[in-house]
Design a protein around this ligand. Structure first.
Ligand code: PMP
Length: 405
């Protein structure tokens, strides 16, 4: 049974008033709130265990190391990696993609090669590849989408060719909510000899991800979209690929031996973790994963589906509202424009009613260009949201409409 009261009680931030109205936090695609267990784990670490990891011989350092590496183990199990060596801690999705572009990209992409991404990528899965293509003389190709915000798979098949070295695709679009057919994308890309990077920034909190079953080469995500802290994320990569990649940054922890003539690099995953890591962040990430596991994806998916269906029905019935992103397979995101009200004004007005949504291009400007809108308003849901909060959103939209009428 999905106990919504219990779940909401786990997130202390939700219980507050904004301008005298109950907070309805519907900006989960930007970042999710944190359960008390995550907050406690982080504060316990700083209160009781704080020390630098790996090199220490004292008790606190051993405890900090055990907690940090324990989190890596939890994450490895959660995503079903082959080993913990396949889990690299980064600052988040953005850094993970930059790491791949910089390290794997420079070693493997040459002039004339092609990188294939999709029209619905977040800027963080566009710009690093543009930078790489400019440097090495490779070409960036884009899989188009249809009016529903679904990838046109026939075009993907046509664009995929012997020059394609990497396919980069978002698992779940932050701007549209579309869930892409990544299993099929991965299988086809592999058949064509290309590697695949999946941007799981949005998906990982909403769907179970098994990297071995998917046979994905790189899977990246951010803890803060999964009820964990900001400033920490992961790059999951196949060991066979990561092993052959040059380091991303140089510094402490990523080396085995240093002389002025030459340095020997550390084993995975440390080869890619230069410097003191975000220890508290990793510990909080581990706790967040424990929280998700405690609720379970079956319950999460069922609940979020219900909530999205409720919001969609309200949106359909709302005069002057145009939904952006109507894919058959989507989750948790209601992106829309309201006739006569700019999304930014909308965001400000609904905030006065206690409703937190996002207005803008959502770091996906090509999506806005495709739908010929400067911006959208976006409500994005999470397991702790309620039908009452959806009602509050639509009541606030009504108010905005009246103000601008
Ligand atoms: N990709 C997608 C689909 C996202 O939604 C986001 C965050 N909005 C990112 C990448 C970037 O994540 P971060 O800012 O945590 O690095």
């Amino acid at each position: 049974m999905f106990d919504i009261e219990k779940i909401r009680g786990d997130f202390p931030i939700l219980d507050q008033k904004i301008y005298g109205k109950p907070l309805a936090y519907l900006d989960n695609a930007a970042t999710t709130q944190k359960p008390q267990s995550v907050i406690d784990a982080i504060s316990h670490y700083y209160q009781a265990d704080n020390a630098n990891v790996h090199r220490g011989v004292h008790a606190l350092s051993e405890r900090a190391t055990a907690a940090y590496e324990g989190a890596r183990k939890q994450i490895a199990r959660f995503f079903n990696t082959r080993s913990e060596r396949e889990v690299i801690f980064t600052r988040g999705t953005t850094e993970s993609i930059n790491l791949i572009a910089s390290s794997w990209g420079h070693a493997n992409i040459k002039a004339g090669d092609e990188i294939l991404i999709t029209h619905m990528e977040h800027h963080s899965n566009i710009v690093p590849w543009q930078l790489l293509c400019e440097r090495v003389g490779a070409t960036l190709k884009v899989v188009p989408m249809n009016e529903h915000g679904e990838l046109i798979m026939e075009s993907f098949d046509a664009l995929l060719c012997e020059r394609t070295r990497l396919v980069g695709a978002v698992h779940m679009s932050n701007a549209l909510g579309t869930i892409n057919p990544i299993a099929s994308i991965i299988a086809k890309a592999h058949a064509a000899g290309a590697k695949v990077l999946i941007d799981g920034a949005q998906a990982a909190a909403h769907l179970a991800v098994d990297v071995q079953a998917l046979d994905v080469d790189f899977y990246v995500t951010s803890a803060h979209k999964m009820y964990g802290p900001t400033g920490i994320g992961i790059l999951i990569g196949k060991e066979s690929i990561l092993d052959g990649m040059p380091p991303y940054q140089g510094g402490g922890d990523m080396i085995r031996m240093v002389t002025f003539e030459k340095s020997e690099y550390n084993d995975l995953p440390y080869k890619f973790e230069a410097g003191t890591p975000h220890i508290a962040g990793a510990i909080g990430f581990g706790k967040a994963i424990e929280y998700i596991q405690g609720v379970g994806f079956e319950a999460i998916e069922a609940r979020e589906k219900e909530l999205l269906a409720y919001a969609n029905a309200k949106a359909e019935a709302f005069d002057g509202l145009r939904r952006i992103g109507t894919a058959a397979h989507k989750a948790c995101v209601l992106s829309f424009v309201l006739q006569g009200v700019h999304p930014h004004d909308l965001g400000t007005i609904v905030d006065r009613e206690g409703v937190a949504i996002r207005a803008g291009h959502h770091c996906a400007m090509p999506v806005m260009q495709f739908f010929r809108v400067p911006a959208t308003a976006r409500a994005s849901f999470s397991m702790y949201n309620t039908e009452d909060e959806v009602d509050a959103l639509f009541a606030a939209l009504k108010k905005a409409q009246e103000i601008f009428a």
